[in-house]
Design a binder for this molecule. Structure first.
Ligand SMILES: Cc1cc2nc3c(=O)[nH]c(=O)nc-3n(C[C@H](O)[C@H](O)[C@H](O)COP(=O)(O)OP(=O)(O)OC[C@H]3O[C@@H](n4cnc5c(N)ncnc54)[C@H](O)[C@@H]3O)c2cc1C
Length: 397
């Protein structure tokens, strides 16, 4: 909280000029702080008479960094199965832990988790903290957040990674807040800085135009979320040995104001473009919602799935679960066919790791051709029917 000492304040207005958030105003000769204050501290630094101070902010500055050790991955378990991103993060976490010379631990929260802990060890974890409790059958921010926060406080890992899934995005920020830690969302690269072992968290910034590397030098744990399909899982190794630690949660942490009556998997959520080997994606070049008929036919001819650019999702031609890109999903199929998509940087950010990219566009200068392995310049309404009949002909014979 930002405190103004009215005895010391001379109403000079320097703090008001320095506040980028418009959160301080001099009223009747004294600075007054509004709710817009972010506790950034720039006014404190600029106040020559030292009339401003932040109280309670010290909690996030933990000087004893060495007492925080180990790399942790929150491994999401939902609808009776581990989310694939958990295994991908174990792959990334393994490299970070080896670079730091510390163990890699997985945190498994849920009910009836079966053989999941053993699977996590096979995919790279040294230790699995398993909290398997019927009260955790359904995800709620409160209970999952409290259980994870308690565990982090008890064991003090230096790094905590989680998937930027609907669940991760929902409760991990609250966990970071309870711990007074920073959180870098949607990282695309994670490294260890050789000098001091700090986590280098790289993510797109300013609409994807630059890559920013974020460091938390003075607080622990260092927390990041990573989107599915960005990191690579290690192959399952049956011979890997690890320890499973069953943790009994504090009953107080299981208390929640939310009562889940029923959990249903919506048809929209069932569209898992991240798990398909072949994606046929449509963009504004489709002209209208009807254009997706051809895209669906081509996808069906190869047992693939349908993806889309944001322009057509915003236009309501197809649902958000199909969107690829910076504000959609990151995909890495074996084959990505982009039809009538210009190749804006925000779209490319979500599909450039595809093994083979084919682009169909009538504009030979469209940027999508810069990332494509094969390009077809022409009208997709002429090209797609030819492709479909060729593929169906081949499959038929
Ligand atoms: C913060 C931010 C986040 C964003 N996130 C995303 C994101 O997650 N995903 C995303 O996709 N975009 C995202 N965008 C939007 C992005 O910048 C582009 O506006 C969008 O990707 C354009 O979609 P498009 O390629 O379908 O449309 P357009 O850019 O309009 O391109 C249409 C293309 O179709 C071609 N074409 C037209 N008719 C035909 C035809 N008959 N045959 C063949 N080709 C044809 C044209 O030559 C053109 O290249 C984001 C933007 C911002 C600012």
């Amino acid at each position: 909280m930002l405190i103004v000492d009215s005895e010391l304040c001379i109403g000079c207005g320097v703090c008001e000029d320095n506040c980028a958030f418009g959160a301080i105003e001099v009223v009747d000769g004294c600075a007054v702080v509004s709710d817009a204050c972010t506790l950034c501290g720039s006014c404190v630094d600029s106040c020559e008479v030292e009339a401003l101070k932040i109280e309670g902010g010290e909690k996030s500055v933990q000087v004893d960094l060495d007492s925080w050790k180990g790399v942790w991955v929150y491994c999401e378990f939902r609808a009776g199965a581990l989310a694939p991103v958990s295994l991908e993060l174990l792959g990334a976490g393994r490299k970070l832990a080896d670079a730091r010379g510390v163990p890699l631990s997985a945190v498994l929260i849920g009910a009836d988790t079966g053989e999941s802990a053993e699977k996590l060890i096979g995919h790279g974890a040294d230790t699995v903290y398993r909290i398997d409790n019927q009260a955790l059958t359904y995800f709620t921010d409160e209970s999952y957040g409290a259980v994870l926060t308690d565990l982090i406080k008890a064991h003090k890992p230096e790094i905590v990674l989680a998937g930027a899934t609907a669940i991760g995005r929902s409760f991990i920020p609250g966990v970071a807040n309870s711990l007074g830690a920073g959180l870098t969302a949607d990282c695309t690269q994670l490294d260890i800085r050789a000098d001091d072992g700090a986590l280098l968290q790289t993510r797109p910034a300013f609409g994807g135009n630059i890559m920013a590397t974020i460091v938390c030098p003075s607080s622990r744990p260092q927390m990041s979320t990573v989107r599915p399909k960005v990191m690579q899982a290690l192959d399952f190794d049956e011979a890997r040995q690890g320890e499973i630690v069953d943790v009994a949660p504090d009953p107080a942490s299981l208390q929640t104001k939310v009562r889940v009556l029923e959990s249903v998997i919506s048809e929209q959520d069932n569209v898992n473009i991240q798990e398909s080997d072949i994606l046929v994606a449509g963009g504004r070049g489709l002209d209208s919602e009807k254009g997706f008929k051809l895209i669906r036919e081509l996808a069906a001819s190869m047992d693939g799935a349908v993806a889309a650019s944001r322009a057509v999702v915003d236009a309501g031609w197809i649902g958000y679960p199909h969107q690829v890109g910076q504000t959609g999903k990151t995909v890495a199929p074996k084959l990505y066919i982009a039809c009538g998509i210009s190749g804006a940087i925000q779209h490319v950010a979500g599909m450039q790791s595809s093994e083979t990219i084919v682009a169909i566009n009538r504009d030979e200068d469209a940027p999508i051709f810069d990332v494509a392995d094969f390009g077809i310049v022409g009208d997709m309404f002429e090209i797609l029917p030819l492709l479909i009949s060729k593929i169906e002909g081949k499959r038929g014979s």
